[in-house]
Design a protein around this ligand. Structure first.
Ligand SMILES: Cc1cc2nc3c(=O)[nH]c(=O)nc-3n(C[C@H](O)[C@H](O)[C@H](O)COP(=O)(O)OP(=O)(O)OC[C@H]3O[C@@H](n4cnc5c(N)ncnc54)[C@H](O)[C@@H]3O)c2cc1C
Ligand code: FES
Ligand code: FES
Length: 1332
């Protein structure tokens, strides 16, 4: 077969590929071949949206162009023939003209690290191309497939909202209330006299959206589509052939010839299988523009939809039909629509086809159960003729006589109208409400005999509870003829539980939850149908009890709105002085145009190699042998580096690089394959053969570590006399709480490029790290070079959160070793799955507490034990443990306190630093204890919190003095701003009126210590040059990882030198310009480096003072020239020594911190007791931030951290196999908050500037503190669950683990359904996963 050439357009330019590789996806093609690096790699599996681009396709029949967003990582380039692709570079740039969406996302502060931004921009752009004035629903829907780990989404919504018709408003009156009219429950949002600060951006300066300015669809492609005779195209690669038939006849011929070849439509099912499961197809058939596959026809008995329609098109067709037809005819369509609204993100819905969805028959397919209960028919065609088969359970189980034949093609699907007395419902519950595969889903249908009394037909199918979609067919049969009443429901539940069974060890785990969902959905169905029957015949059917109706209502949702109250600059401050002003992130525009360069965006260096790691598949084993021969024999493979090569340099400090004779976790680095290309390296890595011999013991969990006394380290702090105090208290309680770990999920995976300079052994490392100096040290030691030959460069980091220090340095050392050994540049970029497997994350914790307290809520004695799961090596575990102990008391004064901590050594990848560094776990343990004390005392947790809070001047348990006045102010303000008391009453009222939905409210105080523990850890340096044209170049030791440190630094230079910000430039952080830096982390980066920059500026000013005072009206150009003429040095280093800090662990005393950030947050949630879903209705945050240097950046840090904390405490859940294998290795298994998860209402306010301090302009570092406030959502859920349990008469302590996932919420809301489900005896089965 002759290969043809591929033709498509990218950003208005024609691309012709003569030798196209059908295995190539659009993302690497854009990035590597066309060098359009604005489109980012975040996961490779359609789950993050970082790679979003727009594809436009002309349809010659309708003469219309369809624009839609796609995930470039799953789009085969061969599928693009005749299309126009638009990437972020194509819509605007700083060199030409910005697109309004690029401008607005940047100016509304919607970018931090910027790695997600091009994807966000393109999703929004595709929406605007179709709807120039979108509604808020369309907007959140369009962004639902794009993840952002930094911003917390609110500023992105703000930016996008400016395109909506009446920006800022919900544009509707839900229940007669507009979003601007007032808050929930009819309560005023803000107190009288309260002021909202000026906006952080000004809409007036925005470029208008002018659709006529957009790129037009290339006329050449239109002409081609109109004129070219339809003929199958064939693209042949080395291994794969791609066949694109353009008529149905040709498609059938191709399928006849290659019956085993998949028909690729959206590639969202085949693509991930190829990528993640190693499936290979030598031939792929991909139909293009075949009219019959796009049919939409309406007949007297129902709708017929072409198998080639995208799920998004199906959604629109159904939405249209349900508007036009009577409700009784559209039951199935309504149910399908319900699921189509939450299924994946907009990109996947636009790519995935109806046929592909049906035929791939995923066990968690949302649509198949509904299509099956809806009695749909599949219209098949082959060369042998037409055939129709029902979309039945047998089809879903792939029974050969009910399935497609290999030569057959699914042409269309007939979905009949529903009939009178027929009802169809859809149910699903996922870890995250939207864009997450269902844990269990279901389609249910009932048809009653005329009059509605007795069941005539019943059909129930479930997804997620077996290897395929399963039907409760027998149960349904047995219920036919029964009346629709509670007795029937009870029997139905028992029958279904007997029929749809799950073993305790079922894949996916959550077995009891799934069982509970199976019947909870059934109950919901029962109520839904009962309600409909009542509507149809009110006289005949009883009403549902009011309190039951809540089971049917959707969780509270209203359009997002927010207020931000920040500090205003002093009116006397000079207008050109930028300190205190909401300056946009310095790279904001570059993030939005895709011009910001990250490590893997750097062009290939001549003769560059690629390195990939081979990791251990055993958690604790001896390496018996490693056979590299096959890997080394493959084409392009240059070398495989093992521990043997690194003899003598295989360790640094406590860490070993490559495994020697033993492996200590799954994911342990064993060797590194180096090849000419990434593909070759990856293929070779699969051929490395390692033989292991398992070793005992295998320690995975904290409990197992305690049992084996397997600890890295332990620490203790004590104050007062704990034992004596326990004698005096009224009551004592003991409890424990487990807190799961957290994956950093920085959007840019670990990335590095090492370039040997070829002279004197010099080597340059471009790496995404928070700690360049450490990388320099580790590499210098590995290469046996002095540090002055090793230069580490970091321009920006696409998110880090603590995860780009320890493991990064190990991988950089091995990469540098390879580069040095071969004298060639080596690049190493981890895939998302590798990154999640190898690099560890936040430490899981087990907290045990014993509290002694008085009946009035005063806690007089507290004895706490922290056990963290440190993983296989020490990494940062000791420091995390120490910080946890130092910060564990949060905002409370416990006069007699003993806290001890152990970092457990286990056979898991080593856990490491993560935003908050031990505090989010330690604080939660304390708050859990307080919540329990409150229950015992019959008080609200907020009362007990207030009673025990630090008051005014006090000392901590390690004897550091503090002034807690701002804490009390934050608490008071938060109470007032959130209308806590009124809302508490409203929540109680809501709970009394609703049985199956409950609300909860919780308020949490915050005292977050900030400091460096030692003086040396706080030193920082900077370098400022002034050039003769009056411009300045500044460098410092801090890393820009999204927090905006470079922006703040330029603000500092601008204030100090009284120079416009536009005259100051900052290139990168490098060990070459500023040596011996500290790690960027711990909320102090801008603080310390800003002081060093300030010092440099002041040195310069002092030198230039005589010149400036002689010519005060001069410009910097004049002064610089005069200084040069007088031989005055125009370059200065600046230095900050650090804060006086110490901590003596022997004595348990010290002054480790410089200051405290105070705050409070109040959150309200609504939970669905039957499914475990929750929605954060509203959050109010009040923070004491000192004098904010940049309120826009600071609010961004607080909000972003809060949402990350909310994720930690609610949905982010890592799962490990009993053998220690991390299952959750991508966005499809590990859910970080998405746009729908943020609080519907969010109010953030900063206290007015507090007293002056010796920090940078009396500011406070806010990088970490807000994260802990996310636990206000945890405790609000706790409150709601308690209300549910109380109503059901369940007393006794409520023990909840973090995260409070839908599973935990559902199972804690015990009811008659949870009592009905079978339980497995622990020990009687091997669970699928183990909590570590
Ligand atoms: C990130 C992500 C999130 C997702 N989230 C959800 C979710 O929340 N809920 C959910 O239900 N699903 C979800 N999915 C699954 C998604 O719905 C399916 O992957 C998709 O519908 C498959 O359609 P496709 O056109 O891309 O199939 P393809 O990958 O193109 O093809 C899939 C299979 O169908 C066969 N096929 C396709 N068309 C025909 C035809 N006309 N005749 C015969 N055989 C045919 C092919 O041979 C192939 O075997 C998600 C997928 C991804 C990647
Ligand atoms: S990289 Fe394509 S969706 Fe994540
Ligand atoms: S700004 Fe969105 S991931 Fe960093």
């Amino acid at each position: 077969m002759d290969s043809q050439q591929l033709l498509f357009f990218v950003n208005g330019r024609k691309v012709i590929e003569k030798n196209v590789d059908p295995e190539m996806m659009l993302l690497p093609y854009l990035r590597k071949k066309l060098r359009l690096t604005g489109t980012k790699y975040g996961c490779g599996g359609g789950g993050c949206g970082a790679c979003t681009v727009m594809v436009s396709r002309y349809n010659p029949s309708t003469k219309a162009v369809r624009h839609h967003p796609v995930n470039a990582c799953l789009t085969p380039i061969c599928s693009l023939y005749g299309t126009a692709v638009t990437t972020v570079e194509g819509i605007g740039s700083t060199r030409t003209r910005l697109h309004p969406i690029q401008e607005r996302i940047a100016k509304c502060h919607g970018t931090q690290c910027g790695f997600c931004t091009p994807g966000m921009v393109m999703s929004m752009y595709a929406l605007l191309r179709n709807h120039p004035e979108p509604t808020l629903d369309q907007l959140t829907d369009a962004l639902g497939g794009n993840l952002c780990r930094c911003t917390g989404y609110r500023p992105i919504i703000d930016a996008c909202k400016t395109f909506c018709k009446a920006s800022g408003c919900c544009q509707g009156k839900e229940n007669g209330v507009c979003c601007l009219d007032g808050g929930i429950n009819g309560l005023a949002e803000l107190q009288d006299g309260d002021e909202t600060s000026p906006e952080l951006f000004s809409e007036e300066e925005f470029l208008p959206l002018d659709p006529t300015q957009e790129l037009i669809f290339p006329p050449e492609l239109m002409l081609m589509a109109e004129k070219q005779p339809p003929k199958t195209r064939v693209f042949c690669g080395d291994r794969m052939t791609w066949i694109s038939p353009v008529t149905l006849k040709e498609l059938l011929e191709a399928k006849f010839k290659y019956p085993q070849a998949p028909i690729v439509m959206g590639n969202t099912s085949v693509g991930p299988e190829v990528k993640f499961k190693g499936v290979f197809h030598p031939v792929i058939i991909s139909p293009d523009r075949i009219e019959e596959l796009g049919v939409i026809s309406q007949a007297c008995d129902g709708l017929t939809l072409g198998a080639g329609l995208s799920l998004d098109q199906v959604k629109h067709v159904l939405a249209d039909v349900v508007q036009k037809l009577p409700e009784e005819k559209t039951q199935t369509y309504r149910a399908l629509l319900k699921h189509l609204r939450t299924l994946a993100g907009s990109q996947i819905r636009n790519m995935a086809s109806l046929g592909g969805h049906i035929v791939s028959r995923h066990l968690d397919s949302d649509l198949n159960p509904l299509l099956a209960v809806g009695n749909c028919t599949l219209n098949l065609l082959s060369k042998d003729g037409e055939r129709q088969i029902p979309l039945s359970e047998q089809f879903l189980r792939r029974c050969p006589d009910a399935d497609l034949k290999p030569q057959e093609v699914l042409v269309s699907v007939s979905i009949p109208y529903s009939r009178k007395w027929e009802f169809v419902s859809a149910f699903r519950q996922a870890q995250r409400q939207q864009n997450a595969l269902a844990i269990v889903n279901s389609g249910m249908r009932v048809l009653f005999r005329e009059g509605g009394d007795l069941i005539k037909e019943l059909s129930i199918l479930y997804g997620g509870v077996g290897p395929t979609t399963v039907s409760a067919m027998n149960s349904c049969q047995r219920l036919i003829g029964r009346p629709w009443n509670e007795e029937m429901l009870d029997t139905a539940c028992r029958l279904v539980l007997d029929e749809v069974t799950l073993p305790g060890s079922a894949p996916g785990g959550k077995v009891e939850f799934k069982r509970a969902l199976i019947i909870s959905f059934l109950f919901k169905f029962y109520l839904e149908v009962s309600q409909s029957l009542k509507r149809m015949d009110p006289a005949h059917y009883p009403s549902l009890a009011d309190r039951y109706e809540s089971a049917l209502e959707d969780l509270h949702s209203k359009h997002h709105w927010r207020t931000l109250t920040h500090q205003n600059v002093d009116p006397v401050q000079l207008p050109q002085d930028p300190i205190g002003r909401p300056i946009m992130h310095l790279s904001g525009i570059k993030h939005a145009t895709g011009e910001a360069i990250y490590c893997d965006d750097m062009p290939a260096v001549d003769q560059e190699l690629f390195l990939t790691f081979v990791t251990s598949s055993r958690a604790h084993a001896r390496i018996v042998s490693i056979d590299l021969s096959e890997a080394l024999s493959l084409p392009g493979v240059v070398d495989v580096i093992t521990a043997d090569h690194l003899q003598g340099v295989n360790t640094f400090a406590t860490e070993t690089f490559l495994a020697t004779d033993e492996v200590h976790c799954i994911g342990h680095l064993v060797c590194a394959v180096i090849a000419e290309s990434e593909t070759q390296a990856k293929q070779a890595a699969k051929q490395v053969k390692i033989v292991y011999q398992d070793l005992e013991p295998l320690i995975l969990t904290i409990e197992e570590a305690i049992q084996h006394k397997s600890f890295h380290s332990e620490r203790k702090l004590e104050c007062g006399n704990v034992d004596e105090a326990f004698q005096k208290v009224d009551q004592i309680l003991e409890g424990e709480i487990y807190i799961g770990g957290q994956e950093h999920f920085y959007m840019e995976t670990q990335s590095m490029l090492v370039v040997p300079k070829g002279e004197d052994g010099e080597i340059d490392i471009y790496v995404s790290t928070q700690f360049p100096k450490y990388i320099q040290d580790v590499i210098a030691s590995t290469l046996k070079l002095s540090a002055n030959k090793v230069m580490c460069h970091v321009r920006r980091v696409g998110g880090a959160f603590g995860g780009k220090v320890g493991k990064t340095s190990i991988m950089a050392a091995i990469t540098a070793f390879a580069a040095s050994k071969h004298g060639r540049a080596v690049r190493c970029i981890l895939e998302r799955g590798e990154d999640m497997l190898i690099t560890g994350g936040r430490h899981p914790y087990l907290g045990k507490y014993k509290a002694g307290f008085m009946n009035d809520g005063r806690i007089l004695a507290l004895d706490v034990e922290h056990y963290s799961n440190g993983g296989s090596s020490v990494d940062e575990s000791l420091f995390v443990l120490e910080f946890g102990l130092l910060k564990m008391e949060n905002a409370y004064k416990f006069p007699n306190l003993r806290c001890r901590g152990w970092a457990c050594r286990t056979n898991l990848p080593s856990n490491t630093a993560f935003r908050g560094f031990g505090f989010p776990q330690a604080g939660l343990i304390t708050e859990a204890c307080i919540t329990e004390v409150a229950v015992q005392c019959g008080l609200s947790p907020e009362q007990v919190r207030a009673i025990n809070m630090y008051k005014k001047i006090d000392i901590t348990h390690y004897k550091q003095e503090l002034s807690a006045k701002p804490l009390a102010e934050c608490w008071r303000e938060c109470m007032a701003k959130s209308s806590y008391s009124l809302r508490k009453t409203a929540v109680e009222r809501f709970n009394a009126e609703n049985s199956w939905k409950k609300r909860g409210l919780a308020m949490i105080p915050l005292k977050f210590p900030v400091g460096t523990v030692t003086l040396a850890m706080g030193q920082a340096a900077a370098l400022v040059h002034i050039y003769l044209d009056g411009s300045a170049l500044v460098t410092h030791g801090g890393i820009e990882m999204g927090q905006g440190v470079h922006t703040k630094i330029i603000q500092v230079v601008s204030r100090e030198l009284r120079m416009p910000m536009s005259s100051v430039h900052l290139r990168e952080t490098s060990t070459e310009t500023v040596p011996n830096t500290n790690c960027s982390g711990g909320s102090v980066v801008a603080d310390l480096n800003g002081l060093a920059v300030k010092d440099a500026c002041q040195t310069l000013l002092k030198r230039l003072e005589p010149i400036i005072s002689k010519n005060p009206r001069g410009t910097w150009k004049d002064w610089a020239q005069t200084a040069f003429d007088q031989s005055i040095n125009l370059s200065a280093v600046g230095y900050f020594r650090g804060y006086e800090a110490d901590m003596n662990w022997e004595k348990g005393e010290g002054h480790p911190f410089e200051y405290f950030v105070y705050g409070a947050a109040c959150s309200e949630v609504e939970i669905d007791c039957l499914t475990g879903a929750h929605k954060t209705i509203r959050t109010d945050i009040v923070m004491d931030v000192g004098h904010s240097i940049n309120p826009a950046l600071d609010i961004g840090q607080v909000e972003g951290a809060f949402i990350q904390g909310m994720g930690l405490y609610t949905i982010e859940e890592l799962s490990y196999s009993p053998q220690g294998m991390l299952y959750s290795r991508g966005p499809n298994q590990y859910k970080i908050p998405a746009i729908f998860d943020i609080p519907t209402e969010l109010h953030v306010s900063f206290l007015p500037p507090s007293e002056h301090s010796n920090t940078l302009y009396s500011s406070k570092g806010l990088g970490e503190s807000g994260l802990f406030l996310g636990c206000s959502v945890f405790f609000a859920i706790h409150d709601a669950v308690r209300a549910a349990r109380q109503e059901r008469g369940i007393s006794g302590p409520l023990k909840l683990r973090s995260p409070l996932t839908p599973e935990r919420i559902r199972m804690a809301c015990e009811d008659k359904f949870t009592k009905m489900i079978p339980r497995d005896e622990p020990g009687s089965y091997v669970p699928w996963n183990v909590p570590v």
